[in-house]
Design a protein around this ligand. Structure first.
Ligand code: FS2
Ligand code: SF4
Length: 537
């Protein structure tokens, strides 16, 4: 196996024996094959569209969910991944026949073929710089696919996004593309990243209302309970509907925390609070939770035997040996197995006390626009510091807690994603009533940060988004962070600091281009970075 798609790639180079994430070589291989099948299908759909032959809309979901299943920590189920790859290549062959004499030469579906092993492998592209940008595009597309999938589950899709995604994925199989062409494609992926996050924002807020500033309890009650993790708000809604009145409580974990801020979920009195820390803490959190756990997306840490029977997956998530809850043809999921199991389990152990604030998405922040603008004009707020992104196991990530603590008192952190768990419980205070940590939501809600920045740019009449008093110190882990990064670059945001380490898949030559064109930088020590960010103020 060779995988270097996430920040925890072994030795900062790539995982070759087994994934640091727990991915076995077999799962890594079948994920490569699934990605290859999605590429083949995308080549066919792109050719069909060029020939003005209609592509069935179900294909869009097939491609996006396949991409989602290959994101770090989403799906470790070899059987499910194999079935998915088989289905994709069958669909590709069926559609390919419509191209008549122009039909493409496709993989024959033989999983044992040496040619497949070679072609599906990340290192199939020999030139390391071409491979680097190709993977940058591919990982951006994985993030794009994940967000398009979330929007579609809620009934929102955009044919232009799906068409582009398949075109771009097909383009990554074109070995004649130059580094410059691939970099231009990466920027286009970024601009579609803005579009897909806007689409998902519309989907979430249309279905569940605009998030409101909300205090979320970190404490527990004495009822048995279900823990829900991941990013899928539709799954949460169905779980809350089905648990209501059963005596079984529901707690959110990690990226599900922001759900508490949506008006639609406030009516469920059995949605009690948030339990535990970021995804990588889940083993101890789950041990102490005692009840069943539903993973709606990543991040899954391979479960311990002691609690594996309590792990359920759904949607694009999966883990061999854990029960997977499928949706019926109407999207309905039956969570009765979890409810029945919860009733037999003890209530969660208390592990924290107090509460945490969330719900500062664009609508809530812009409702405070006058206060925010006044605070900037008066100098009460000197800088906003975007610290969005992901958390992870790496010890270097203590940097983010230290950085948040060391920030000058007249700065406000804008965050989204699970990166916030490094500092969202620190009680960093308020400025004129505005909390110093404004949590916009999940990683996809980085869109909110963009919306706020664009509004401030308009209010202050600035022609360049980089003239705003905003600095970017982003933590990345998996491929949804890649689409967020490309989205910011496509908007012209410069001088983003990215950590805790730069991606292993970025070759030195490509890193040079990113530094020269966008001022991308890695992090250093807190002391050093504080001077760099604030010395010229
Ligand atoms: Fe966090 Fe993991 Fe949100 Fe990423 S829970 S690193 O998948 O998508 O951010
Ligand atoms: Fe390694 Fe990350 Fe790939 Fe897992 S996803 S195999 S940790 S690089």
């Amino acid at each position: 196996m060779f995988c270097y798609q996430c920040q925890e790639a072994a030795k900062g180079v790539g995982c070759t024996i087994a994934g640091v994430c727990g991915k076995t070589p077999e799962v890594a291989h079948i994920q490569d094959v699934l990605l290859y099948a999605a590429r083949e299908l995308s080549c066919v759909t792109t050719a069909l569209r060029s020939a003005h032959i209609a592509v069935p809309s179900q294909v869009d979901e097939l491609v996006t969910s396949a991409l989602f299943a290959t994101i770090t920590n989403a799906n470790f189920d070899k059987t499910a991944l194999t079935q998915c790859a088989t289905h994709l290549i069958e669909v590709a062959h069926t559609l390919n026949s419509q191209l008549g004499e122009s039909a493409l030469t496709l993989w024959d579906g033989n999983f044992e073929s040496d040619e497949l092993a070679r072609l599906a492998h990340v290192e199939a592209v020999e030139n390391p710089d071409v491979r680097s940008v190709r993977e940058l595009v591919t990982y951006g597309l994985k993030g794009l696919g994940a967000y398009a999938h979330h929007a579609r589950v809620l009934g929102f899709s955009d044919a232009a996004i799906d068409t582009f995604l398949q075109q771009a994925l097909a383009a990554t199989s074109d070995i004649t593309l130059t580094i410059d062409q691939l970099l231009a494609l990466a920027m286009e992926v970024g601009s579609f990243g803005v579009k897909v996050m806007a689409l998902l924002d519309t989907a979430n807020t249309t279905r569940f209302g605009n998030p409101q500033a909300t205090e979320v309890s970190l404490e527990v009650r004495s009822n048995p309970a279900i823990l829900i993790s991941g990013h899928d708000l539709s799954d949460l809604e169905q779980l809350l509907e089905q648990t209501q009145g059963t005596g079984v409580d529901v707690y959110t974990h990690c990226e599900m925390l922001p759900a508490h801020a949506y008006p639609a979920f406030k009516k469920y009195d059995n949605l009690v609070g948030n339990y535990g820390g970021a995804w990588w803490n889940q083993r101890s959190d789950i041990e102490q939770f005692h009840g069943p756990v539903l993973f709606t997306t990543n991040c899954i840490v391979p479960p311990r035997e002691s609690y594996k029977a309590r792990i359920f997956t759904t949607g694009c998530a999966g883990f061999e040996g854990c029960t997977h809850i499928e949706a019926d043809e109407h999207g309905h999921k039956d969570f009765s197995q979890l409810i029945a199991m919860a009733r037999l389990c003890s209530a969660p152990e208390p592990i924290e006390s107090g509460s945490v604030m969330c719900g500062f998405a664009h609508n809530q922040v812009l409702s405070l626009a006058d206060t925010v603008v006044d605070a900037i004009k008066s100098g009460a707020v000197r800088q906003f510091v975007v610290m969005a992104g992901c958390d992870g196991r790496s010890k270097q990530r203590s940097y983010y807690e230290d950085f948040a603590k060391a920030l000058p008192q007249d700065t406000i952190i804008l965050t989204a994603g699970c990166a916030k768990y490094r500092y969202n419980k620190l009680n960093l205070g308020t400025i004129g009533g505005i909390p110093r940590v404004l949590d916009a939501g999940q990683c996809n809600d980085c869109y909110s940060l963009v919306a706020v920045a664009l509004k401030l740019q308009e209010v202050f009449g600035l022609s360049d988004i980089n003239d705003l008093p905003i600095i970017y110190n982003i933590a990345w882990y998996e491929q949804k962070a890649v689409i967020v990064l490309l989205a910011l670059l496509s908007l012209g945001v410069k001088n983003i600091h990215l950590g805790p380490t730069l991606p292993a898949f970025i070759s030195p030559a490509v890193a040079d281009v990113l530094v020269k064109n966008f001022g991308i930088a890695s992090i250093s020590s807190v002391e050093h970075d504080m001077k760099e960010f604030f010395c010229n103020d």
